[in-house]
Design a protein around this ligand. Structure first.
Ligand code: SF4
Length: 683
């Protein structure tokens, strides 16, 4: 009989961006329990149903244990040598035929920081292209762009610990009770201890039940809503005039713009009653320490970056960022390491630490460490990679941990792009929707099987440690990238994950104070952290903003409508999002006990719409958009407003992302998942 291992393995949860510390108990090489760490820096003894129980996938018979190679149209098991040789040959052929920019890679939050660092180094050093992007393109790229433009850095402004001091919470476009349960519980705790709560979300999400004011804007009208709140702050003298005078630019332009957003006009655009808008603005405006937390309901829009910036305006107007008079503006990251994937430079326009590839000084820092020239032209973003593949310009695509055929919008077109690309390589745990379109599938380790670090939603680096070994011949993404480079005749250096983080610190001064040894000693260290002898900056901008002039920049961007509007043919608006027991495409959480907790996907719709479209609760329905069709089970209830329907993207077979459009944020190309015009009929 196998004996339990004497000490559990301390690691960081690989699901949402909260970054809970977990103690993993094993016996006989298998995980037997996952316990929330009592001394976890973020979770303090708590964890949710995903982190605690969704580890059955580790031993699923569907785990990939050998590389697969497509021959005569079928994927067949082969050895690593053959698979790696095929990848190397295919990448070389793509470069020979179309130059380095004919190759692209999509990295992800499934990969550790060190793996993301190595992937982007491989693309820049071995291939010679900036065609590398990650899954933040699809979720919080507008946060990075918006927060950088307004405040200077692409991360949240405060440590989550400080939310305990907030006396008013403005939670926008987020459902933390389900998507970030440990955060949701702490926010609820604040409310039970007297903090005011304003929820802005079209749906009656869990926190809305406890809200002092629940604003339910029509999907796609956030910018008008935020301008309406800002209008009231200025009109009622609730702005911090001294802060605005000393630390802010852009007030005259914003004031002029806000004249067009009085409460009644905003009510007409958003559907939010003017009185509710005024009440919410007063709660936020009169609080001693107001806090803003937001999610993908702000970013995943045609004007997502404008949404982030106009929301940030509120904190700037109140002097609630960069001071002790507020908890700033903080994005709730949906995925464990989506912050880290970007921090490590898996981006087409940024090197590790956010030096622009177009900036010669940033390039020469990287070149001094890597010993090769770095291309100065920004690479392709994920949607542009697919377009290039369909056009025949992209000849090789390496997808690392993303199930793009399940999670990217307009999935039918994504599949066509993969089919048009001469070489598609997938690093995967399972034969995912995307892997089914690949030419080579490489079996890799999951978060419970590998070594490295993640960055959570409040910029904290924490260690990831292997509790068990990967099955069969599966290897870490870190080893796989090294191995492909070696077959192509390049030694990427940084032999271990610890070496990779150390090297990243030499490329990116903002991470120079970090090391695995330090993370082992201190548990969690936030960035910026340029000095190994000093703490990282948990709270940003106390002295100056990180913009070139050191000031916060108000944004005067007008409200513009979403990419799609309901009409006679497609009268409902589909909003997609997450549910409590599952994570993203569900490939891990659907393989184990969590499937029993949440076994099927539903299309939520309001009773009035159920009557109008003759749909019964529990009936099979066909949902159609201008882009595709999906089949779901109707769930009738009042959580979803009339005129809207809601569905998760955890069950790819239901095909919800065949419905979503390719409308995308005009600044960052983040898809507009939150507004798709659809029609519904009983099947
Ligand atoms: Fe914590 Fe998020 Fe993991 Fe749940 S999914 S245990 S809230 S990190």
């Amino acid at each position: 009989a196998s004996r339990p291992s004497p000490e559990p393995t301390r690691t960081t949860c690989g699901y949402c961006g909260v970054g809970c510390s977990l103690d993993v108990v094993t016996a006989g090489g298998k995980v037997t329990a996952v316990l929330p760490a009592r001394d976890g820096p973020v979770n303090q003894g708590h964890a949710c149903v995903k982190g605690r129980f969704a580890h059955g996938y580790l031993t699923s018979p569907e785990r990939l244990t050998r590389p697969l190679l497509r021959r005569d149209g079928r994927l067949e098991p082969v050895g690593w040598d053959e698979a790696l040789a095929q990848v190397a040959r295919g990448l070389r052929a793509a470069v020979d035929a179309g130059g380095p920019d004919a190759v692209a890679a999509i990295s992800s939050a499934r990969a550790t920081n060190e793996e993301n660092y190595l992937v982007q180094k491989f693309m820049r050093v071995v291939i010679g292209t900036n065609n590398v992007d990650n899954c933040s393109r699809l979720c919080h790229s507008p946060s990075a762009a918006g927060l950088t433009a307004s405040l200077g850095l692409p991360g949240g402004t405060d440590t989550f610990d400080d939310v305990e001091k907030a006396d008013c919470l403005l939670v926008v476009g987020a459902n933390p009770v389900e998507a970030h349960p440990v955060v949701g519980a702490r926010l609820l705790g604040r409310v039970l201890h007297g903090a005011k709560l304003v929820v802005a979300d079209p749906r009656a999400v869990g926190l809305a039940l406890h809200a002092d004011v629940h604003l339910r804007p029509r999907p796609g009208t956030n910018v008008a809503l935020f301008h309406g709140l800002a209008h009231v702050l200025l009109a009622e003298g609730l702005a911090d005039e001294e802060f605005l005078r000393e630390r802010v630019v852009g007030l005259p332009e914003l004031t002029e713009l806000l004249a067009d957003y009085p409460p009644q006009r905003v009510a007409d655009i958003t559907g939010v009653p003017a009185a509710d808008l005024v009440a919410a603005a007063r709660l936020y405006g009169r609080a001693r320490r107001p806090a803003i937390l937001y999610g993908l309901g702000v970013t995943e829009h045609l004007h997502g970056t404008d949404g982030v910036r106009s929301l940030t305006n509120l904190a700037i107007l109140r002097g609630a960022v960069g001071t002790d008079r507020g908890y700033g503006v903080n994005p709730l990251r949906g995925q464990n390491n989506v912050q880290g994937a970007s921090d490590m430079g898996a981006l087409p326009d940024f090197l590790p630490g956010y030096g622009r590839v177009s900036d010669p000084a940033a390039r020469s820092r990287a070149e001094a460490v890597w010993g090769v020239p770095v291309p100065g032209r920004p690479g392709l973003r994920i949607p542009a990679m697919f377009a290039a593949a369909r056009a025949g310009d992209l000849r090789a695509l390496w997808v690392i941990g993303e199930d793009v055929c399940a999670t990217d919008p307009d999935a039918n077109r994504v599949a066509r792009a993969l089919d048009a690309c001469p070489l598609v390589v997938c690093n995967e745990l399972f034969l995912s929707e995307t892997a089914r379109h690949a030419d080579v599938v490489l079996p890799v380790a999951s978060w419970l099987e590998k070594d490295g670090s993640f960055v959570n939603f409040d910029r904290r680096f924490q260690r990831v440690r292997p509790a068990v070994s990967p099955p069969g011949a599966a290897r870490s993404d870190f080893d796989v990238v090294h191995a492909v480079a070696a077959v192509m005749g390049v030694d990427l250096g940084c032999a271990t994950p610890a070496d990779a983080l150390a090297e990243c610190g030499r490329v990116a001064p903002v991470f120079a104070g970090l090391s695995h040894d330090r993370l082992d000693r201190e548990s969690a260290v936030p960035w910026p952290c340029p000095d190994p002898g000093r703490p990282g900056e948990a709270t940003l901008y106390a002295k100056r903003f990180a913009t070139p002039d050191g000031r916060a920049h108000l944004a005067a961007t007008p409200y513009l409508p979403p990419g799609e509007q309901p009409d006679d043919d497609y009268p409902l608006v589909l909003v997609t999002g997450r549910r409590w027991a599952h994570y993203n495409s569900g490939s891990m959480t659907r393989r184990g006990g969590n499937l029993e907790l949440d076994p099927v996907d539903f299309l939520d719709l309001h009773p009035d719409d159920a009557t109008r479209y003759d749909v019964r609760d529990g009936a099979h329905v066909t949902v159609e958009s201008r882009h595709g069709r999906a089949c779901l089970i109707a769930r009738v209830g009042e959580q979803t407003a009339t005129g809207q329907v809601f569905c998760s993207f955890h069950f790819p077979t239901s095909g919800v992302n065949r419905l979503t459009s390719d409308h995308a944020d005009t600044v960052t190309s983040c898809p507009e998942y939150k507004v798709t015009a659809v029609r519904v009929a009983s099947s």
